[in-house]
Design a protein around this ligand. Structure first.
Ligand SMILES: NC(=O)c1ccc[n+]([C@@H]2O[C@H](COP(=O)([O-])OP(=O)(O)OC[C@H]3O[C@@H](n4cnc5c(N)ncnc54)[C@H](O)[C@@H]3O)[C@@H](O)[C@H]2O)c1
Length: 248
């Protein structure tokens, strides 16, 4: 594997499982010093133990502004810079009901992590990227940023917001050498599917022309490319990896 991230520091949120874990492993394998952030301390420690290269585990809830500021301060104190942010932490729909039936608490929970958390991480890290002269951010959006599914309004709304937050940030920092892109996976083989019935998973898979789940490692490969120096003029973009689902 090449060393596109040698000498770089990367933060990956939601790093204890699924796509975030795969991103953490991929960036480390390519030479980055990776800070894995997750609210699940035990799973994060296990994910880091399996990883190649140099890792730091910092348990943190991305919905908690104070905890994020403290975590980012610690990263700067220990590593001196943050070159890459993979804003991946996210949760699915707590309940499968129609929009007007959504409990307000469920709505707020999804927005707090998927939208506010994505904002808070950028709010805390971008000042350091500005001071050091640049950086690369990859936000984990979704096929749901483009295509709705029934009974999923909080998640779908949050992923629409993730897409537009990416574009807005790309505009804000285009002249500051900070690139901001979104990756939009289709149904991917991770624990987030544990909350869905086999019938729902089969339905989602059958919608993709390739009739397959995306693997987290494929998403990590795309994230690594977008975060690397191989993509100097890719910013404000959104990249689907969805087994063809959005093609037809
Ligand atoms: N799996 C899919 O089909 C799919 C499809 C499109 C987009 N995505 C997106 O990809 C991202 C990762 O999803 P995944 O499938 O790997 O999920 P996952 O459930 O396997 O892993 C998510 C990780 O995020 C962590 N996390 C959740 N809330 C957090 C918080 N408040 N603070 C810190 N960490 C938190 C969890 O502890 C977990 O380790 C999410 O943003 C998700 O919406 C997933």
């Amino acid at each position: 594997m090449t060393a596109r991230f040698a000498g770089r520091v990367a933060i990956v949120t939601g790093a204890a499982a699924g796509i975030g874990k795969a991103c953490m492993h991929r960036l480390a394998a390519e030479g980055a010093r990776v800070v894995g952030v997750d609210r699940n301390e035990e799973k994060l420690a296990a994910a880091i133990a399996q990883a190649p290269g140099e890792m730091i585990a910092l348990p943190c809830d991305v919905a908690d502004a104070g905890a994020i500021d403290a975590m980012v301060g610690e990263v700067i104190a220990r590593c001196g810079a943050i070159h890459v942010l993979v804003n991946n932490a996210g949760i699915g729909n707590p309940s499968r009901v129609r929009l007007h039936e959504q409990p307000i608490a469920d709505w707020d929970k999804v927005m707090a992590v998927n939208v506010r958390g994505m904002f808070l991480m950028q709010r805390a890290i971008i000042p350091h990227m500005l001071a050091q002269g640049g950086g690369a951010i990859v936000n984990m959006a979704s096929i749901g940023s483009y295509r709705a599914t029934a009974l999923s309004s909080p998640y779908i709304t949050s992923k629409g917001a993730a897409l537009m937050m990416t574009r807005a940030a790309a505009m804000d920092y285009a002249k500051d050498n900070i690139r901001v892109n979104a990756v939009c996976p289709g149904t991917t083989n991770t624990d987030i599917l544990a909350g869905s019935s086999q019938e729902t998973i089969d339905m989602l898979v059958s919608r993709a022309p390739q009739g397959a789940l995306v693997e987290p490692e494929e998403v990590a490969a795309l994230v690594a490319f977008l975060a690397s120096d191989e993509a100097p003029h890719i910013t404000g973009g959104s990249y689907l990896i969805d087994a063809g689902r959005s093609a037809g």
